[in-house]
Write a protein that binds this ligand. Structure first.
Ligand code: GLY
Length: 572
């Protein structure tokens, strides 16, 4: 793709600053550690959002599996024990690092639109957006990608058979597990919608009520579907009996899936985005995620400032201004790379970042309304992320989702599969917001077989001596959480400190800084307000799971976000 700067954006940036060069000269950086030196940790670490899932991954490692087998085990177990966030009815995105040949790859197991997708299904008779079909029931569901993604990882990167890696999830689904507060709360919150679909009510409600906390809960239908995948790979889900049941259930409830949609689904291997920042290489998610492009753009802008020499107010100011500009771009240009041409050369170019940096005023917020158009997301608390490093130094950063809490709330009868509501991640109705406040562009318009844009940002940060595997759920806040985690890691923080760190977020629109309680002291808040920022206090968000490797001491560390008690980071 040729370099084609957006002159409208560049010229406005220059206008805003009146031609003054504001950035300090970038400090000298050592060349980014190209790749991890050949060294093995000799032990392993996993951090995930649920202790059953972390233990399942460790079990598979103990059987001789590698990080990729463990990733299959963790993802499948999360499908059983944390269905509110992710599952085999949804999709995932992963960055994998294979130690033996320093191979980095992005696994795109994102859902696709069915061939019969029709934008009219998401509009009411009066022309207003139909939020119900976008978010609930079978029309809201894309063709699932997770099963194909797990099969791809197991077959191409794993050491064990699919049966061995899926065994813990199948056992837990069959024998049962204790319902935790999170699952209970998610089912209670979605109870009304679950009641609309008989198979959903049968699976998630007992006598019309959510299962009690600590009660034993079994998922025999999902156990059978996982067994079918274990035995037959893709054919165990996308063809044959499971596919027949999925399509029959979707059609009976007014959806439009066909057997051909399922049979033609393919998980993809793509080249990840790599960006160098202060001697570290960040390997992260390319489109159809917007996350990696935004993170790279922000880091490119920030590379012209020396954040380490700044006080908190100045540091936050520059980070927020970089976030604002990256979010302005991200919804305008990005979509499924197999369908849309994107100006990635421009968005990832240091020259483009230079132009944007020049537009940042030294002591004042830039109102988003002063920047040329763009559109934005809103945060969410669903989705899940896990991070793994194995004894050989293989790494897996995996973010998985069914989109909003409990996805479409639609279970396909006889399969135990809770379908996603990922269709809402398309720009279903031009210039009308989705559940995250997203106003998408034509680049993200729905089309047969197309993947909807995501914010998922699984990332690996590789330095000369230290490496981190990092990610989080949280809708559009995923991007800023991962960005802040990367900055904290580069500042030398431990896995525990990174996961616990207070957060702030700006996404261009609404033009306000979302601030977790306790992030700024009163003086910092006052100074930022004086600079023109609107600060909005917010309850905590995210569920970061991070693993780090210090190659000097050969120490692994695993941390699960202390804000959420169900998670577990564990070193084996
Ligand atoms: N469904 C949320 C995301 O992929 O960003």
């Amino acid at each position: 793709m040729s370099f084609s700067p957006n002159w409208q954006v560049l010229s406005l940036s220059l206008l805003l600053v009146g031609g003054t060069a504001l950035a300090e000269a970038p400090p000298k950086t050592t060349p980014a550690a190209n790749h991890v030196a050949r060294q093995r940790p000799g032990h392993a670490a996993i951090a995930s959002a649920n202790f059953h899932a972390t233990e399942a991954g460790l079990e598979v490692l103990a059987k001789g599996g590698n990080a990729f087998d463990a990733a299959v085990a963790v993802a499948a177990t999360l499908s059983v024990v944390e269905p509110e966030s992710s599952g085999i009815g949804g999709g995932f995105m992963a960055v994998l690092h294979r130690a033996k040949d320093n191979h980095d790859v992005f696994i795109d197991a994102r859902e696709t639109a069915p061939a019969a997708v029709d934008s009219k299904d998401y509009v009411n008779a009066d022309g207003s957006p139909n939020r119900d079909t976008a978010l609930k029931g079978p029309l809201s569901a894309g063709i699932p990608g997770e099963p194909a993604g797990l099969v791809l990882i197991a077959r191409r990167y794993g050491r064990l058979s699919l049966q061995q890696s899926l065994a813990p999830a199948i056992r837990i689904a069959r024998d049962g597990f204790k319902v935790d507060a999170r699952l209970h709360g998610a089912i209670a919150g979605e109870q009304k919608d679950l009641q609309r679909w008989p198979a959903s009510a049968a699976k998630y409600l007992q006598d019309g009520k959510p299962p009690a906390e600590d009660s034993l809960w079994r998922d025999p239908d999902q156990a059978r579907t996982l067994e079918s995948i274990a035995a037959h790979g893709n054919d165990g889900f996308y063809r044959g009996e499971t596919a027949d049941k999925l399509v029959a259930a979707v059609k009976a409830a007014g959806g439009n899936w066909t057997l051909a949609d399922l049979a033609s689904y393919k998980a993809m291997e793509r080249t990840p985005i790599s960006v160098d920042y202060r001697g570290y290489r960040i390997v992260t998610a390319p489109p159809p995620s917007s996350g990696g492009v935004a993170i790279a753009e922000i880091l490119n802008i920030l590379s012209g400032f020396d954040l380490s020499k700044m006080g908190q107010v100045q540091r936050v100011h520059f980070i927020v201004e970089a976030m604002r500009r990256a979010f302005r771009d991200h919804n305008d240009y990005l979509g499924d790379p197999d369908f849309v041409k994107m100006p990635l050369d421009m968005l990832l170019s240091p020259f483009y970042a230079d132009g944007l940096r020049q537009g940042i005023l030294p002591d004042k917020a830039t109102p988003s309304s002063m920047l040329p158009r763009a559109e934005a997301h809103e945060p969410g608390m669903h989705t899940t992320h896990f991070s793994i490093i194995d004894a050989d130094g293989n790494m897996a950063a995996v973010t998985s989702t069914v989109n909003y809490t409990m996805g479409s709330t639609f279970v396909a009868a006889g399969t135990g599969v809770l379908l996603n509501d990922e269709m809402d991640d398309f720009a279903l109705v031009p210039n009308k917001p989705n559940v995250y406040g997203l106003l998408g562009s034509v680049a993200n318009a729905p089309a047969a077989g197309k993947r909807m844009l995501s914010s998922m940002s699984p990332s690996i940060v590789i330095g000369a001596d230290r490496t981190a595997v990092i990610g989080s759920p949280g809708g559009s806040t995923i991007i800023t959480q991962v960005l802040e985690g990367i900055l904290h890691f580069i500042d030398g923080e431990s896995a525990q400190q990174i996961a616990a760190h207070k957060r702030f977020h700006h996404q261009y629109m609404p033009d306000e800084v979302m601030v977790e309680d306790g992030t700024f002291d009163p003086a910092t808040s006052a100074a930022l307000t004086k600079m023109g920022y609107t600060l909005k206090q917010h309850e905590s968000w995210g569920f970061m799971n991070v693993v780090t490797w210090d190659r000097k001491t050969n120490k692994l560390d695993a941390a699960s976000d202390p804000r959420r008690p169900s998670g577990l980071g564990k070193v084996q």
